[in-house]
Design a protein. Sequence first.
Length: 213
Amino acid sequence: MARPGLPLLRELCGWGTWLRMAKLYFNYSTMNAGKSTLLLQAAHNYEERGMSVYRMTAAFDDRAGQGKIGSRIGFAREADTFLPDDNLFARIEDVMTDTELSCIFVDEAQFLTPDQVWQLARVADDLGVPVMAYGLRVDFQGQLFPGSATLLALADSLREVRTICHCGRKATMVVRKDDQGNVLTEGAQVQIGGNETYVSLCRKHWRQETGAQ
Ligand SMILES: [Zn+2]
């Protein structure tokens, strides 16, 4: 027999961590919008209240050295790295046998696999720990990253981190340039260790730069 009042009663009484409501958040933007800075600030807010957090970033992000989340304005903190085959639910559950975590922070979340996004959703749902993912929405060809597509589909809360184009409009796109400043329209979605740079643009100026559409 259904007892619709019971879950509410349990939640009001605070029985068990399995009843805690936790969300999966996706904070997305284009390049150079300051996502890592926001992540580090948000994680710091927990830590200064004496709460433990778990920081992760993609293993092939070497901007601030392996295993670090670095912001362009100079802050950096240690972080565990993830590779495509890692089971993030199992890893976080394992960390939580020793440490009570208040929040999970994931930088470079566009590099998560769709499976890993589901694992993080289970961290929120089944472990009761909020997950804050920060990442790029689209690549230099204007295509969603698979991890970002899954986050857009599954996240409870979406927030756009805004940055602007040189024209003053909101930048939503990014161009990849080689070391001569030429715009590249072909190549792998993920480029590791190259000399490319990225510039964030509004859609109109991205179309002009890439000659697309
Ligand atoms: Zn523009």
